[in-house]
Design a protein around this ligand. Sequence first.
Ligand SMILES: [Zn+2]
Length: 415
Amino acid sequence: MKRSLALVPGLLVLALAAFGRPDAPDVPDIPYTVTRLSKRVVVLDCQDVNVTAIAAKSGLIVIDTNRSPAVMQRLRRVIEEEFGRKDFIYLVNTHGDPDHSSGNPVFPSVPLIAHRDYAAFITHGKALALRNRWSRRSRLEDAQAKLTGMNPQSPKAESLRVRIATLELMSADLHDGRSARVPTVTFKDSLHLDLGDLTLELRFCGEAHTNHDLVVYVPEEKLLLAGDLICSPWSPCFSINAMADVPRLVRELERLLQQEAGIETVVPGHGKVLTRADLSTFCRTLAERYGEVRIESSAARIVSQTIESEGMQAALQRCPWPARGGQGTLDWSVWEFGTLGVRLMRRGKVDEAIGVLQLAIRAQPQSAYLYDCLGDACLENDDRAAAAVAYERSLVLMPDGRHAEEMLKTLRGEK
Ligand SMILES: [Zn+2]
């Protein structure tokens, strides 16, 4: 299939819809699409997450592994069928969020490549693991309830049955005993992989969606895999605020755009494949929107930088502690402090995370979101009693807060 065809906007529907194939009796049908970008590159979109497989002469490389081992098991077979071979030599995770890394155990002996901060991120995610558990369960319950009131012959009921089968399959993952994988190969800023006929350039582009997102550039394919840094030409998959290193991201992407080999195709972590023009639009839009962010007045950024350079004690001593309900001249954005708290927590710096969240709560005492983050950090610290207090406070401030309610149920052993 010619690359030029696949690059014409609107013709990316070269993708063929495949509703499972009869050669996988142990796995229920799961809808997915296959987009063949070239002889060597295929993108599988399943449950709104893209998995990319690249066939180098020396072996197959898989970038991201979807939401579940059971689902990735099916996708692995599709990749093997697409290329007629099974010689997987590398896995790459663009980042450690579970929708991109949960299928890693399907490749137990294949070296996993990720950013150096990936390992800490997946190790310190107790609250997220619980959240995934209840969210998976409640999505299944919601779908089952919806199906009950439907005409069983209708197309909607049929698609709901497929969704339920997929969710049930994913629920089985929770009991299969397989756990997240620590990377075999890591890097700080960039990694060059020479695969003979293909090269992979992996680059860290600064803290944005997480603290360790990477992009993969394949010059011979004029291809960029962007993970969750790009959601669409007009929006990133993260908040544009003072906690996102937008200047570095734009700089890195523009440098790639200027590479002699060029970029023609961009595969985001979710959604349709994008073009070079889309990437240019994205860089321009991102830079414009970041121009409106008042980074110099961000309290979270000041605290973060002081922790980085002089440590937590200095940050707490130096920071102009807000009077209760008063924020001074700084912007005490709950979202920026939430991001900072989560980043510290996912680096294993749990005491610091709790410290900054308590500080932010002094400035924003009515924020249910900050109490949710504090509960998560306490949970990471194995302090279930303090976590329950934080979630209870969150529920008082926002009685319909699902996260606090479900986490409290879990802590009380109700679910
Ligand atoms: Zn994602």
